[in-house]
Design a protein around this ligand. Structure first.
Ligand code: SF4
Ligand code: SF4
Length: 299
């Protein structure tokens, strides 16, 4: 009998319109192989469960301070300090908090448990919609992802995997037969900038995309446009030149945004840096660069 895996999931979003074709339910898996400076899903960075503290919900009642044996919570002069590094995730404070200001991010599920949740939305999927897997990087838990994809296929859902590309090729080989759509991120061609922005080089990412291209899958490319990194005319030219030789359905250009920045503090991370956004004129110029090479752009 095949071994069944469990995995850590940090969110399930219903009625997603931007995680693949049609109306989709998106499951977010924990853990990522890159460390992008602008990441807007910091809950996905770590592959472990984490304490989350929502300051705006705290009524400063001190119940967590009394409940925690590890001195994680300290309240003084109407301020709540959280020593995230000392937390052992026992959940005592979460259970005692009267205002839901504390949560544990990351719940362990089996694939069937996830699909039972997803199945509640199946009436909305239509012909194109279905289930998407994102993160973090979903292939970071490749055996769990494989179980999820197989389970989704048994229920006749279309499947979509949103990947950063930085995974061993063997992981992609496993999931390809059960994946209909691939959302593939490209964060730049300039090697030095890519390393500075994501902590890893882009060789594996570009090689994996070329290999995926041979499998006749529907591939959608997503490009975050960040000033000083991917958002320059020369860099966009290089990305368009690379993509024009790949059989892709379309490219989506995603200008930098600050959504998600507040979550860094909630998880005990250092504040994320702020970048400039590409202007409307620059976005139009970048769109034209792709279109001039015959590459379809979708919003
Ligand atoms: S989860 Fe447990 S160890 Fe962590 S802060 Fe809450 S009570 Fe303390
Ligand atoms: S128990 Fe909840 S509301 Fe009370 S101080 Fe702790 S986090 Fe704030």
């Amino acid at each position: 009998m095949n071994k069944k895996h469990t995995g850590l999931v940090f969110d399930i979003q219903r009625f997603s319109l931007h995680d693949g074709p049609g109306i989709r339910t998106t499951v977010f898996l924990k853990g990522c192989n890159l460390n992008c400076l602008w990441c807007h899903n910091p809950e996905g960075k770590s592959n472990k469960r984490q304490l989350k503290y929502l300051d705006e919900k705290c009524i400063l009642c001190k119940k967590c301070e009394n409940a925690c044996k590890f001195n994680v919570h300290y309240l003084s002069e109407n301020k709540h300090f959280v020593n995230f590094n000392s937390c052992v995730l026992c959940e005592s404070c979460v259970r005692t908090c009267p205002s839901k200001a504390l949560e544990i991010v990351g719940i362990e599920y089996s694939a069937e448990e996830i699909m039972d949740i997803v199945s509640k939305d199946e009436a909305f999927f239509g012909d194109d919609g279905g289930v998407s897997f994102s993160g973090g990087e979903p292939l970071n838990q490749d055996n769990f992802l494989l179980d999820l994809l197989k389970s989704a296929k048994k229920r006749n859902y279309t499947t979509c995997v949103d990947t950063c590309g930085y995974n061993l090729w063997e992981s992609y080989e496993k999931i390809i037969p059960f994946t209909d759509y691939i959302l593939y991120d490209i964060k730049g061609i300039n090697q030095a900038k890519h390393i500075e922005a994501t902590s890893k080089d882009n060789n594996l990412i570009l090689d994996n995309l070329k290999k995926l291209n041979k499998y006749n899958k529907k591939i959608f490319i997503r490009i975050p446009l960040i000033v000083n990194y991917s958002s320059s005319e020369s860099e966009v030219q290089l990305m368009a030149d690379f993509i024009k030789d790949i059989k892709v359905e379309a490219v989506t250009l995603m200008p930098y945004h600050t959504l998600g920045r507040s979550k860094y503090e909630m998880l005990g991370y250092e504040a994320a840096p702020v970048f400039d956004k590409p202007s409307k004129i620059e976005m139009e110029k970048y769109t034209k660069i792709f279109q001039d090479k015959g590459i379809k752009i979708i919003k």
